[in-house]
Design a protein around this ligand. Structure first.
Ligand SMILES: [Zn+2]
Ligand SMILES: [Zn+2]
Length: 255
């Protein structure tokens, strides 16, 4: 990854003092002038040329498209610095941690896991480090399943995410939430080299128990073939000449 210094124009919110390089704009109905809206304090004010000033910030080259991405607030999400040009993760968090390192569980993470069968463990994503590991897996998942959505999806509070660990390696995840009170399976993913070993089924079954307790029914959002095959094996769906039919699950599809 290359780094360079670049000059960026900033403007300070006259009300709360937050610095931004871009603002939401709104037209003033009376005067027709453009007003900036502070995303932080909701203040409305005119963007006056005189108040812009420059600052030198770091910019990092995007591993995918090669563009330099400025390390400014607007380009950060929960996990790190994102390329506004191609959506790739450029830098993990504000620290430099190699992505491969994030795929190994730390001692602290292992301490918070629940032991399953064999060498498998389940970790509920709670802190920055957990979500960063999740983000790396999600980037992989997105390569196969373009419908998988990215940030800020995962740290929204109504989603509960579990990571699957084998030994000390993160090998998959599952996302649950409640839809009108019914547990809903949002995404499930196992890294390619660990498939066809029944791990997906274990992840689904064990996380559902933790998430939903004694509930027996759940909803599945836009299941793909792999998920359907897994649900079939677990007895949640049946298959006949018309295709798959839910037994203990219902399907919903989001565009
Ligand atoms: Zn403000
Ligand atoms: Zn890029």
């Amino acid at each position: 990854m290359q780094r360079k210094k670049v000059e960026v124009y900033f403007y300070k919110c006259p009300n709360c003092g937050i610095e931004r390089t871009s603002w939401f704009l709104e037209e003033d109905g009376k005067t027709g002038k453009s007003l900036a809206i502070c995303f932080n304090c909701d203040a409305r004010f005119e963007l006056n040329d005189a108040k812009w000033y420059t600052k030198t910030v770091n910019a990092y080259s995007c591993p995918k498209c090669g563009e330099f991405v400025e390390a400014i607030e607007e380009n950060y999400s929960f996990y790190g610095l994102f390329c506004p040009n191609c959506d790739s993760l450029v830098r993990y968090s504000r620290r430099n941690i190699h992505p491969n390192k994030l795929l190994r569980a730390t001692k602290n993470q292992l301490k918070r896991t629940i032991e399953l069968v064999n060498e498998l463990r389940l970790l509920k994503a709670e802190n920055w480090r957990d979500f960063a590991s999740l983000a790396i897996l999600l980037l992989d998942a997105k390569k196969e399943e373009r419908g998988f959505r990215m940030s800020p999806y995962f740290h929204r509070q109504d989603f509960t995410n579990y990571l699957l660990i084998k030994g000390d390696e993160f090998i998959g995840y599952v996302s649950w939430n409640l839809l009108k009170g019914t547990p809903t399976l949002r995404q499930i993913y196992i890294v390619e080299r660990e498939r066809r070993k029944g791990y997906g089924s274990i992840l689904l079954r064990e996380s559902f128990k933790l998430f939903a307790g004694s509930e027996v029914e759940f909803i599945v959002e836009s299941p793909n073939e792999k998920t359907l095959a897994m649900l079939l094996k677990l007895g949640y769906v049946e298959k006949d000449e018309d295709g798959y039919r839910g037994v203990k699950v219902r399907f919903i599809y989001c565009g």
